[in-house]
Design a protein around this ligand. Sequence first.
Ligand SMILES: [Zn+2]
Length: 137
Amino acid sequence: MICPSCGAPEMEHDTRDVAYTCKGGTTAFVGIEGFYCSKCGESVHGAKIGEKLSHMAVAFNKRGPLPDDFNALTRLISQDDGRAARAHLAAGSPIYYREARTPPGVCVKEFPDGHRELVRFDMESGKETVVSTVTDT
Ligand SMILES: [Zn+2]
């Protein structure tokens, strides 16, 4: 797949340890499957991994609210080739992703019935809040 960050044509599918940096510290998330850009270091993960990362990031961020890092986090809740997302929907679970037009700091939550909402994750509690319903499908 094409790197969404720098446009490099090849991203490598791999399982790696991902360094997560925020104000005052860095932690490593071990064994994260996804697509990695060798040119700029961007990584893209499926919805399931995105959720896992968001939970780990929330745990790490318990030390304090870190709003500046929110876009980096929601960027991780991102698209893969669509297989993982479809499997998730087929299993009756909602998926999370971002689109080019998705406002900063939020992500799209899509339900198996096609209903979509914009949600935001509270970085301290990990709770998601519905910002609005997406109607322009
Ligand atoms: Zn790149």
